[in-house]
Every structure is written in structure tokens, then in C-alpha cells.
Design a protein around this ligand. Sequence first.
Ligand SMILES: [Zn+2]
Length: 207
Amino acid sequence: MEVREYESGKEGITRLILGGVHGNEGRVSKKILEKIAPNPSEGKVVIIPNLNISRRGYISTLDKNYTRSPTGRMHRSVLERYKPDVVVELHAFNSEGYKSLIDKDRMNKKGVPRMVPYREDLPMEDQVLHGGPPPWIKNKFKEHASYITLEVHEDYGKEAEKAFLFVLNAVISSKSVNEIRDRLKGEYQASMKKAGSLLQDYLSRSD
Ligand SMILES: [Zn+2]
């Protein structure tokens, strides 16, 4: 498995960016990761472009058997190894999958809140959806923006790319989770507020 580590040489937060969790999502993460300069001024950045090295069938990170799957075990072990302060999971959806990601009833159906577009005024291909941690790790990442799950369309457009890069750059160049959250709020205030309240409700559930 390819792991890229970028050390600033100064103390600071560790950011872990995970791509290719499912099937061919690696293709989409690779494209976007080529456009970032992962050079933090403090702390470090760890990038794993393709977590799903087994290339076995699709298993959702929300599935209760996920952490027993090869990808899930790898996912857990990189979290234990790097002890990141911030995690970003990169995913790609297709047109059929979009509805279930933003479904208002997603909490009941999947055990996680619906994902929220940073900008909902744009067409689906130009949206970036964001959410929090999967259930099996949610108690370790309670701060909003400490675990950012991102979804873009597999054939994403220019506006989606812009938002995607904005978020990744905020994660890489900020010095704390607070700073990341503030920068995201500065750009996407309404969306961050909505996601923050969905996250609070999700974290308060004990299941
Ligand atoms: Zn995925």
C-alpha cells in the first residue's frame, strides 16, 4: 500500500488523507490529489491514495462488518498507527447513489446523518458533500471537522474541484482543528452550521 508522508520538521497536528476506500474511487482521489501541494508549515500530512488494496467487493464503511473486512482492518490500523488529529476520507458517488447520501431519513436507514453539500445551489456534478466519521470510530473524533468525509461525483465538474481543493488546502495549511473549522465556516457558513447540528445529534446517540 502506498503511503506518502510529508513532514514539516516542526511540531504540530497530523492530518491523514485517505483515498480509494471503495472499488475504483482511487481513480478519483488520484486525480484530485495530484493537484494539491501537501507541504504543511507545522506538523505533518500522511496521504494514502488507495486504501482498498485487496480490490475485493464493495463494503460500506457504515456496514457493521466493515472493520472485519481487509479494507476496514487497514483503515483501523492506519488510524492507530498515525493517531491523526484530522482525517479526510475521499469518496466518489455516481448519479444513482446521490439520493441516498442526501436522504433526510439516512440516520434511520444507515445510522449516520445525511451528507450536506457545501453549496446546494449547484448541479449534482458540481457539488461536494461532507459528513463526519463512520459509527465505529465516532467517539474518537467528536470535534466538528476533525473527521471529514467527502463525496464528489465520479465525473465531477470545475466547481466541485474548486471546493474539494479548498477543503484539502484548509486541512493541510491550518494549524488546528479549530482553524480548519473556522476556515470552512468562513467559506460555507450555512452548510457548516447544518452539518454541525446533524453531527451533534449523531454523536449524542449511544448506539
Ligand atoms: Zn466510498
